[in-house]
Design a protein around this ligand. Structure first.
Ligand code: SF4
Length: 826
């Protein structure tokens, strides 16, 4: 068996010095902007001094291309062709200058003992991690033969490609880029992630579609807010680069409220912590909306002028009453910049109280906000009336039974949000990690719509996540199915009820599905055995690599040139310079894709040079309009894609059909922008809370498994990346499970004991950490450990893979479990 070990691990900074510097950096970040930046600057200055000391050191600039969405600017220090360290680099706007321990630990990743050095083929059972080194020639020949045989026997789409979020390089990464080109050329099935960002389509329902993600104020803008609500988000750990702006807002007098079942580090810094029962966030939001409507503290002027509130809705079909219902033909409107097609204007109809008649929305200044009317024999109601009805069942006295939140707390949070201007919401992934994720987004956007808290400095619906995906989508794979549909394909030979060929061979890159996907045992025990051949292209020996038939070594981000078009927590597109040659026999992804295309007889799709391909991927009409070219990204290194002080929806022209915020969504779309089924329209047109599929106290299974199993984003890993970094493991050595001391005591569990969390799907053994901050009845584990690092099992074994056909969400927080002291070997 071969397993790569390094012959060179540079030690430019001793561990003691690293930990000392890291502690200063972490402390600095925790202290916020005021204290943090000078310390980081001192570290940078010190590194520059050392550069002078070390003649011959070259500094390149790049970033982490991963999915932590901070994308910090970094100096890559190179001596004798080796990366010896990384340090903070400046953006043109230095409020965004940050780095974290992971960014400082890159050399240990590049030269990790777990780095894949050569192409390898399996030399034992899948999962045995036994490998035989082979040449690139043999690897490509074998892949071409095996993939070709599967496509010939079962059809082109029997070859599945799963490309995860571990690299957002425009040419080499997840963006359509060269992997999209390869997929298109081979006619494969793209197996997409069932996203864990279910709230996006919900917000887009209300505000309208926005390319790539959704439209939010520049991250620094939160300092203008006076009232900040953070939902399900440990931003003090997972988004330190956004948190410091919140801290600055607090120094300016803003009030912070944290909504989280657990008492997090962020909650400890907040003015108010609202602990709801897990999975009840939507019910809580609906109760807040109920209070605001009941107490008439909504923003009436905003509702009438900028939302669908006064629009009349037909009782017979749930559609808006429009002028076409009066025989007025729609007219052609301007070209929709989102679709490139001309829009059709069919004006909505409102009720004019002055004339007691139904009129076009543009004919009356003060339409009725509430009421039921009969127009042309049709019964109609205002959209606001329908919302009022929908939330009527969520009075605080009723909502407390669902959420456990004291009615007076619900009232005060609702009143503050309506009255303190500007108020803002920062949303994490926790609240929507259930199969009704889109409704969570729909509900919070509705709260903003009725209070007019949008389109102003300090007021937005935000996340520490900002995508700016203006890349070339024409390169995307032609056919895509979310991974959650694979079980249907395996069992019935159908997807969404329609027959399609099986997936018999699999390519995986920038992903570690066997650890990261819900119900991980299913994929290993049921999906994997159906596959004739599995190839994983990666940089490290992940759990998924271990179950591959062949593994290809990919280059690290600093070993190739690329462009990063996702701003993350800053508004910059960045150039990633190539700092060193690819280590060992690794290759940049684009070169691997070219080899495979050539081997499989579609080399003409890669006839262009890498330079030409980079231009093809990046120089889209979208970026051309902004004057962005590969050349000027190279020259300027970081280009701002938002003007300073950018405020989303500032002109209050939303991209819905009416140009207003439509909390009543006539034609709701699902996670993939397809219309929701007719029988789901009522539950999707307005926000509606439904209990989590599993983690509900009303579920009979709750008697057997009385804990809700949740996870939290860790400081030391990004998903499952950085899992094996020696320096970071000293600070965070092994998987842990956070348990409330009272729950632990009932089971005789002490701090530091190994405990087994289990349910009918699987188990995980981790070290118990007793914490008063964990809500009784809840278990929480830091994400991102690999199966190989647990004493036994893995937490993703415990998650179910059931999903809602509208949300198509992996429900990471929707698992019931129990715990016991681990009696196995440790
Ligand atoms: S891991 Fe994220 S936060 Fe840390 S340095 Fe890299 S981009 Fe920045």
């Amino acid at each position: 068996m071969e397993k790569g070990r390094n012959d060179f691990i540079p030690k430019p900074v001793s561990r003691r010095r690293f930990l000392k510097a890291s502690a200063v950096t972490a402390g600095a970040t925790a202290l916020g902007l005021g204290a943090g930046r000078p310390v980081l600057r001192a570290l940078t200055a010190a590194s520059q001094d050392r550069q002078i000391e070390n003649q011959g050191e070259k500094i390149f600039q790049s970033s982490c291309f991963n999915n932590c969405f901070s994308h910090c600017r970094q100096n890559v220090h190179v001596r004798d062709g080796k990366v010896v360290k990384t340090s903070l680099a400046s953006f043109p706007d230095n409020r965004y200058d940050r780095i974290c321990l992971r960014g400082l630990a890159h050399p240990q990743r590049i030269y990790s003992p777990d780095r894949i050095k050569y192409p390898m083929k399996r030399a034992g059972e899948r999962g045995s991690n036994q490998w035989e080194r082979i040449s690139w020639d043999e690897a490509i020949r074998t892949i071409a033969k095996k993939f070709g045989a599967v496509q010939e026997k079962y059809g082109k789409t029997a070859l599945g490609f799963h490309v995860g979020t571990g690299d957002f390089g425009t040419l080499n990464g997840t963006n359509p880029g060269s992997i999209g080109l390869l997929q298109k050329a081979l006619g494969v099935t793209n197996i997409s992630l069932a996203v864990d960002a279910g709230f996006l389509p919900g917000i887009n329902r209300v505000c309208g579609f926005w390319p790539g993600a959704w439209n939010i104020n520049e991250h620094a803008d939160v300092i203008h807010s006076k009232n900040i609500y953070v939902w399900g988000h440990k931003m003090e750990v997972a988004a330190i680069h956004h948190w410091h702006f919140v801290a600055e807002a607090m120094e300016n007098g803003a009030k912070l409220t944290v909504f989280d079942p657990n008492y997090t580090g962020l909650a400890a810094k907040a003015h108010r912590h609202v602990s709801m029962y897990p999975g009840t966030d939507i019910a809580l939001l609906m109760s807040m909306i109920q209070v605001i409507i009941d107490e008439k503290i909504y923003d009436k002027a905003f509702l009438l002028a900028h939302t669908c509130a006064p629009f009349l809705v037909r009782e017979d079909n749930g559609l808006y009453l429009r002028m076409s219902d009066f025989g007025v033909a729609p007219t052609q409107g301007p070209v929709n910049p989102m679709t490139g097609k001309a829009s059709m204007i069919d004006l909505n109809v409102v009720w004019d109280p002055a004339t007691e008649s139904a009129v076009a929305v543009n004919k009356v200044f003060a339409p009725a906000l509430e009421g039921t009317f009969t127009v042309k024999g049709l019964k109609v109601r205002t959209a606001f009336d329908l919302l009022k009805d929908r939330v009527a069942a969520y009075t605080p006295e009723k909502a407390v039974k669902i959420t456990d939140v004291n009615p007076e707390v619900i009232r005060s949070t609702a009143r503050d949000f309506a009255r303190i201007k500007p108020s803002t919401s920062i949303i994490g992934f926790g609240s929507q990690a259930y199969d009704n994720g889109p409704i969570w987004g729909h509900a919070i956007a509705t709260l903003h719509a009725i209070t007019g808290q949008i389109g102003k400095p300090g007021s937005f619906i935000g996340n520490t996540w900002f995508a700016y995906l203006g890349v070339n989508y024409s390169l995307a794979a032609p056919e895509s199915i979310p991974m959650l549909y694979l079980p249907e394909l395996i069992k019935n030979g159908t997807v969404k009820g329609k027959p399609r060929p099986p997936v018999k061979a699999l390519w995986v890159s920038h992903a570690n599905p066997l650890t990261a996907w819900v119900d991980s045992n299913y994929w290993i025990n049921t999906f994997w055995p159906t596959l004739d051949f599995v190839v994983v292209a990666d940089e490290q020996y992940t759990d998924t690599v271990r179950y591959a038939d062949m593994v290809l070594p990919t280059a690290h981000w600093f070993e190739r040139e690329d462009i990063l078009t996702l701003g993350g927590t800053h508004p910059f597109i960045q150039h990633g310079e190539k700092a060193i040659e690819p280590c060992y026999e690794s290759k940049p992804d684009v070169d691997i894709h070219r080899l495979i295309a050539t081997g499989m007889g579609v080399g003409e799709s890669f006839a262009a040079t890498n330079e030409e391909l980079l231009k093809l991927c990046f120089e889209t009409p979208h970026f051309a309009k902004m004057g962005f070219t590969v050349e000027n990204v190279r020259k300027q290194k970081a280009l701002r894609f938002q003007p300073p002080g950018y405020v989303a929806w500032q002109d209050l022209k939303f991209t819905t059909s009416s140009g207003r915020m439509e909390f009543y969504c006539e034609h709701p779309l699902d996670q993939f922008q397809a219309p929701v089924p007719v029988d789901r329209l009522d539950s999707q047109r307005l926000p509606m809370w439904v209990p989590p599929r599993e983690a509900s106290r009303d579920n009979p299974l709750f008697k057997k498994y009385p804990f809700v199993l949740m996870s939290e984003r860790p400081r030391f890993r990004v998903h499952t990346q950085w899992y094996n970094i020696e320096w970071l493991r000293e600070l965070d050595p092994e998987p842990t499970l956070l348990i409330n001391p009272k729950d632990a005591a009932k089971r005789g569990i002490k701090d530091g004991d190994y405990v087994e969390a289990f349910n009918d799907r699987g188990h995980a053994v981790a070290k118990a950490v007793l914490s008063e901050g964990i809500r009784p009845g809840v278990l929480s584990y830091p994400k991102g450990w690999h199966k190989q690092q647990y004493k036994a099992g893995c937490f993703s074994e415990l998650d179910h893979r059931a999903f809602d056909s509208v949300g198509v969400n992996q429900s990471f927080f929707d698992a019931l479990a129990d715990i016991r002291k681990w009696k196995g070997s440790v």
